[in-house]
Design a protein around this ligand. Structure first.
Ligand SMILES: [Zn+2]
Length: 460
């Protein structure tokens, strides 16, 4: 039985979908004004593994992940660049899709964009005004009235009066209560805007997600996910807007991925320890990055460092090494391994435990190889199948070891030329030269393995 930790109840509980066999799931996507960083990669990969696993155990998953393509950050960046905001967002949406493709992240079932859902957003704001939980002010802004939703704070476990103390400082004259949050912002001069009953303007960030999720999935759906920093105020506000508008429960299970820290510090541009996915992919294979991200439980904090990436290189290399030189046939998986893998994943998607099952499998594969055991093909097929649920081990071992994100040290052609030179040296019994070539390659991060079928190589 699948158990999931629910951020709302703060406990792990058996997962029961609203409709048997089906899961409706929404994850907050990117605000597209820059390249995605390694923290985004964690959210992408976390929910990718979750969706892959839910589908593996037979659920029909409707996975919606939005794109925030209207926001102050977008408008400000477009103004800095002196370009139309939609040219900026189009470019970064393409870049995000490219990063996801390289990380092996499966596309969501639908990917709604705020600018294409203005109608639904305005409809929801009108409903909230009609129900007297939102109000328009003279300048054309619309606010959600926090006092009209007494359940506010249920997700973040924050009490309204405590929040108010902090909010007093920035109390504004136009809001009725300093904690009221914006649903519709009136347009500033020269900014892109959309027509509405309250004049030209644009939606606030929170209302987008409420409108798009209920539009795509209905008033109540199974799972809502996002990054660690979204719980408050974003998700708290989503609950308030949606439940006030529909009068129904918004989401059954809230899931939040943990943060990524860099060398034990918060990742931030000002600290200079900010890494885009592209920066990291220049040095490491995308599958290594994926392995690094799933080697910790999705809710825990992960620490990004050169050491942890190097550990991922070695660990993933060990898994691929078991498949090396073998033809992986389509055959039944070994039930005992499949069961233990599922047990791990059923426990709130415990990927580190699931990976440990793969390493035990590798031990058995290596033993079967030396003993020439008949179950080798089945063991290999099991490794590849279970790896696929985590989005790893889907290329051939040869491809994995020879492809490289960083070819700056030495190209494939140079490696092959050096291997040929070493071969000649060995034919001439010039062992000193043979060793010299091996060391030269090692210095450039290339490891040679001499086998029955000749010499193979892999990058470290
Ligand atoms: Zn959202």
């Amino acid at each position: 039985m699948l158990e999931i930790y629910n951020s709302l109840t703060q406990e792990k509980a058996p997962f029961v979908p609203l409709e048997p066999g089906k899961i409706k799931m929404y994850v907050c996507g990117m605000t597209v004004y820059d390249y995605c960083h390694i923290g985004h990669a964690r959210v992408m990969v976390t929910f990718d593994v979750i969706v892959r696993y839910l589908r593996h155990i037979g659920y029909d998953v409707n996975y919606v992940r939005n794109i925030t393509d209207v926001d102050d950050k977008i408008f400000n960046r477009a103004a800095e660049n002196n370009e139309p905001f939609d040219a900026l967002t189009a470019r970064f949406i393409d870049a995000m899709h490219e990063d996801e493709r390289r990380l092996g992240v499966i596309a969501p079932t639908s990917e709604p964009r705020a600018t294409l859902c203005m109608h639904q957003i305005i409809d929801m704001i009108e409903t909230l005004i009609a129900k007297d939980v939102a109000y328009a002010v003279e300048n054309g802004d619309v606010y959600f009235s926090i006092e009209k939703f007494p359940e506010y704070g249920q997700l973040s476990k924050k009490k309204l009066d405590e929040l108010l103390v902090g909010a007093r400082v920035e109390a504004s004259q136009i809001k009725r209560n300093p904690m009221d949050f914006v649903l519709w912002k009136s347009a500033k001069a020269g900014e892109a805007s959309w027509p509405s009953p309250w004049g030209e303007g644009r939606p606030g960030w929170h209302i987008e997600c409420s409108a798009m999720s209920t539009h795509c999935l209905g008033n109540t759906f199974d799972i809502h996910g996002g990054g660690p920093d979204l719980k408050f105020p974003h998700h708290e506000n989503e609950i308030a807007q949606s439940e006030a508008a529909t009068g129904q429960k918004f989401v059954n299970c809230w899931m939040h991925a943990g943060a990524v820290r860099v060398n034990k510090e918060k990742m931030s541009k000002s600290l200079g320890n900010f890494f885009t996915i592209r920066d990291v992919m220049e040095k490491y294979d995308p599958e290594v990055i994926r392995y690094f991200l799933i080697s910790s439980h999705y809710r825990s904090q992960v620490d990004y460092s050169e050491d942890s990436l190097q550990e991922a290189v070695a660990a993933l290399g060990r898994l691929y090494n078991a498949m090396r030189g073998e033809v992986i046939a389509e055959c039944e998986v070994v039930e005992s391994y499949q069961q233990r893998f599922q047990q791990a994943m059923n426990d709130d998607f415990n990927t580190p435990l699931a990976l440990s099952v793969l390493f035990e499998l590798v031990k058995d594969i290596n033993k079967a190889k030396t003993e020439g055991a008949a179950e080798l093909p089945q063991l290999l097929a099991t490794l590849k199948r279970l790896g696929g649920i985590l989005g790893i081990l889907q290329c051939s071992a040869e491809d994995f070891f020879t492809r490289s994100a960083d070819e700056s040290a030495i190209s494939e052609a140079e490696i092959l030329a050096l291997i040929e030179r070493r071969k000649q040296a060995r034919i001439e019994k010039n062992w000193a030269e043979s060793d010299r070539v091996r060391d030269e390659l090692k210095d450039k991060g290339v490891i040679l393995d001499d086998g029955r079928e000749g010499t193979t190589w892999r990058r470290l």
